[in-house]
Design a binder for this molecule. Sequence first.
Ligand code: GYE
Length: 310
Amino acid sequence: LIFASLFAMTVSAADLITVGYAQIGAESDWRTANTESFKSTFTEENGFKLIFDDAQQKQENQIKAIRNFIQQEVDYIVLAPIVETGWETVLGEAKEAGIPVILSDRQIKVTDDSLYVAWVGGNFLQEGYNAVEWLDGYLKENGRENEDINIVLLQGTIGSSAQVGRTEGVEKLLADRPKYHLLAKQTGEFTQAKGQEVMESFLKSYDDIDVVIAENDDMGYGAMEAIKAAGKVPGKDIIMISYDSGRRAFEKVIAGELNVTVECNPLHGPRVAEIIKKLEAGETVDKIQYVDEGVFDIKNAAEILPTRTY
Ligand code: GYE
């Protein structure tokens, strides 16, 4: 909508801004919503030609995609980096070719930060804190603040900034509060199937799990299946905490199977388009752009659900 007015004049194919988007994969509801956000924003109507690549959660595929974009002489490269490290060489090639790179969603670790123009995404460390702070409040409201609490952590893709930040935030606050015991942590690769598998093994090893923190909702859904199969009730026998907050998560909260979903907003298409629009106009852009995020539990889920588009 924003861009409809900007590009109201009919643009010929030659005037379109070509954008290559190196997407991570299709591992979660979040990712699907993120892809949809780019596809519906970077349209010809809005003045763009989008070249979309799905790397199937493999960094080597993303590197290949970026090299293809360079070869095709795109105007901009957008990268949602799977992991934080290993980007110097290929981003150096993009820089050499004079193609600006915009990062979206996850961050990277590079010594030369001129390798990208800007990044937009969620504050993963804060999201980590949000989960534990919610748990503090929930236990208190239920008169359980003096209990010892056993926690298992289902982590995202190891080395992805979403995993690194959330794990760090969670672990830091758990360490500050001696009543919390982190029994185990393991990656479920941000997928429902892997989340279920890992939770099955946690349940075999520990019969006294009080809380599951899943670093995305999809792994949380998998964990729910494992818990039900073990004869327990997710959301009641085991407190369920997960991340992202798409519609399915709201429905699970309302159904009582998920106690809280910590928001991570996937609608980066318009945000990246805004950055490109500014760059095209010769304006400067903020290098790091965090998106505001909430926390949704039974107290506010029903009210918010109707406004969720994804
Ligand atoms: O939480 C998860 C997805 O990087 C923030 O990736 C993103 C994460 C999101 O697979 O569902």
